[in-house]
Design a protein around this ligand. Structure first.
Ligand SMILES: [Zn+2]
Length: 330
């Protein structure tokens, strides 16, 4: 909801009338309605009389760090940092389907724009470095925990000449007790692992999740599934704890395990093995903190996990100190 000031600003900009003049009209409107509406309400009515759609104007262009999954009617500007090649697949009706992705960043966050079938042609005109303006798009979480931008018939995506200097994603360190949604780095330790099947199966064509042991996609029938790894657990940085999710390569990085090993084990054994390989290890985690839909608390979808070898770091520090110290003393 816009404040009275914001409405006056917008009306003045669009009509060229002074704020005083507009305010008089708003007060007159309120009086006309025997004071039954607020000044803001009256301002909206005056706007309507003037043929101005305030709701449309109140859409704001957001930065990726402020865009959450499952948002609708989002406007943003971002730079293309990646364009994937077209991947073709056979659809159930016998026609050929196509998909390719654009990866975008505005320096505050990253997202992927999947383009399907005819939409893929848009990408022929788009190069890395181009700045895109997106209007009226929606967002949702991808199978791997990242953010996807969804284009609808009413969405607008166009190249703009405006330059958008996009630095590599700046990721600030945050402690768990101060955590909010956005992209951050957390230095912490894995302290628990949830008992969730560490391997999940996707249709190689459309990436739909498949039931274990049947591998039947509703669109593509029986398929040889794509196997992916997921580990979820709890991290602790000394200020608090947070849920963390690791997909694919990140899951492999933190556990030194792979799908093949884990698939051959019963769930209980697999989780036991993952725990042995992860609990107590300290990492620098980078990723997106978001509100977990089911549990309503914050979770970190980890994009990168670098193990901190405390002894190694300490040795390096000692070496540096000795070198410096030595030079001065001699
Ligand atoms: Zn499929």
């Amino acid at each position: 909801m816009l404040t009275l000031d914001e409405i006056l600003e917008e009306l003045s900009k669009q009509t060229g009338k002074s704020k005083e003049e507009l305010m008089e009209r708003i007060e007159a409107k309120q009086e006309e309605l025997s004071g039954l509406v607020s000044l803001e309400g009256a301002a909206h009515l005056v706007a309507r009389d003037l043929g101005i759609d305030l709701l449309k104007k109140s859409e704001r262009t957001l930065q990726l760090k402020d865009i959450k999954t499952d948002m609708k009617r989002v406007n943003l500007k971002a730079k293309v940092i990646g364009v994937t090649p077209i991947r073709e697949f056979a659809k159930k009706d016998g026609t050929q389907g196509k998909v390719r992705n654009l990866v975008i960043s505005d320096g505050t966050g990253q997202a992927r724009i999947p383009l399907w079938d005819k939409q893929t042609e848009i990408a022929d005109e788009i190069n890395i470095g181009d700045v895109l303006e997106l209007k009226n798009v929606s967002t949702r979480q991808s199978t791997f925990g990242n953010m996807d931008i969804i284009l609808y018939k009413t969405s607008i995506m166009r190249k703009i000449e405006e330059d958008l200097p996009v630095q590599p994603l700046s990721v600030n360190r945050i402690s768990i007790k101060d955590a909010t949604e956005g992209y951050f780095e957390i230095k912490g330790m894995i302290v628990d692992i949830f008992s969730v099947n560490p391997v999940f199966y996707l249709c190689p064509e459309c990436k739909t999740k498949l039931e274990k042991d049947n591998y039947i996609c509703n669109t593509h029938g029986k398929v040889e599934p794509e196997k992916n790894m997921i580990i979820s657990g709890v991290i602790d940085d000394g200020t608090g704890t947070m849920r963390a999710v690791f997909f694919r390569d990140v899951a492999k990085d933190v556990s030194d395990l792979d799908e093949k090993t884990l698939e051959s084990l019963e769930l209980e054994e697999a989780i036991k093995l993952i725990k042995e390989h992860t609990i107590g290890k300290e990492f620098l985690f980078k990723g997106r903190i978001q509100k977990n839909k089911i549990f309503e608390n914050l979770e970190l979808v980890v994009n990168q996990a670098r193990e901190i070898d405390i002894l190694d770091e300490a040795n390096k520090l000692i070496e540096e100190l000795e070198e410096d110290g030595g030079k001065e003393e001699v």
